[in-house]
Design a binder for this molecule. Structure first.
Ligand code: 13P
Ligand code: SF4
Length: 347
């Protein structure tokens, strides 16, 4: 039963004490997040994994790229586990290393050495390593503006992987116009751009988050019609036109803080992942909060981490035959760490 599974997690947590650390991303289900030692967005969890040097076992409740990042940042005697290997990220899957290398060859033919790569942390370790090798950096949604500004101090042009929306929204906020942004299509290896090539400042990888792309302009119009006083706040993984029409936009942490600091009685429509929106609604009974899209689904891959998988993974650690160890090979890890370090230095 659920009660038995919950009791078992508590027992194992007591038994392993500080040897066990469970970070949980904000998009995780309540049945899992209740056991997290820390919750956070992707940047906070990356930093905490690095700081938690006592923990021998890091059971990462999030998705695959986050567990890889934790493995890259922690020491050799710390092991990182992902309770369900199917917990991937459809956005991270939209850029593979071979496509990226092909793109880089073509883009450096076009732009020479005037270009630097940046990758959202929602990407494979191999992509992070590619970026590190080429003197670029990783980015999260909470430091994207800082990192894009940093990149422009290094070079005239940026290749931004793999989320076109975060890249476009961030560059736009920094004053880059939409006609200075091109799109790299990894399916047919082409640059989608109408103007003179020398005008390009940002090349956006044609990837997206299948959760955040579900928020539409029609959702915004519906909310405005039904609740004219409602403030609309969205994640920058949403499309440009949705961000444009909303009142506020920012990372998971930014959204949580904005609602926390909002006046009692205020009303909000939130455009981000459903598990988080539901939790925010529960935590703020004094405010009127809805999802920007009432038919929104949670992130299905985040949802793969559930209580039975958590128990299964913890049991395997206790038995000394651990399942689902995430180990990034050394050569990849060294270069990926360079890209992460370039970001963490700025944060
Ligand atoms: P943040 O945690 O950086 O806001 O990213 C959101 C996300 O989609 C994680 O997969
Ligand atoms: Fe990936 Fe989007 Fe899910 Fe985040 S919410 S893990 S970006 S699919």
């Amino acid at each position: 039963t659920t009660e038995e599974l919950e009791a078992r997690v508590r027992e194992i947590k007591n038994e392993l004490g500080t040897k066990l650390y469970i970070p949980g991303h904000h998009y995780q289900k309540d049945e899992v997040i209740q056991f997290a030692d820390d919750t956070g967005d992707s940047l906070k969890l990356a930093q905490l994994s690095e700081e938690n040097s006592e923990a021998e076992h890091i059971v990462f409740c999030g998705v695959h790229f986050m567990a890889e990042t934790a493995d890259i940042l922690t020491t050799k005697n710390q092991k990182v586990y992902l309770p369900d290997m199917r917990a991937g990220c459809s956005m991270a899957d939209m850029a593979d290393i071979f496509q990226t290398e092909r793109a880089w060859t073509k883009l450096t033919e076009l732009f020479g050495t005037t270009i630097i790569p940046l990758t959202y942390v929602n990407s494979t370790a191999a992509i992070k390593a590619f970026v590190g090798k080429n003197n670029g950096a990783t980015v999260t949604s909470s430091n994207a503006e800082k990192m894009v500004s940093w990149a422009f101090e290094q070079k005239e042009r940026i290749l931004f992987l793999p989320d076109q929306h975060l890249g476009r929204n961030t560059a736009f906020n920094l004053g880059v116009s939409l006609d200075e942004m091109a799109v790299w299509n990894p399916i047919n290896d082409t640059l989608e751009y109408d103007g003179p090539i020398e005008n390009v400042k940002v090349i956006l990888w044609k990837g997206h988050c299948s959760v955040h792309e579900n928020f539409t302009v029609a959702n915004i119009h519906d909310v405005r019609a039904q609740f004219p006083e409602m403030k609309i706040i969205v994640h920058p993984e949403c499309r440009r036109e949705v961000v444009e029409l909303s009142d506020m936009d920012g990372s998971t942490n930014y959204i949580i803080n904005a609602i926390e600091n909002a006046k009692p009685g205020s009303s909000w429509a939130i455009g981000t992942e459903m598990n988080l929106v539901k939790r925010i609604i529960q935590q703020h009974p004094d405010k009127h909060i809805v999802s920007l899209n009432p038919h929104m689904c949670p992130c299905l891959t985040m949802n793969r981490i559930d209580l039975p998988h958590l128990v299964w993974c913890l049991e395997s650690i206790v038995e000394g035959k651990p399942h689902n160890v995430i180990e990034v090979e050394d050569e990849v890890a060294i270069n990926a760490k360079k890209a992460l370090a370039a970001m963490l230095q700025q944060s």
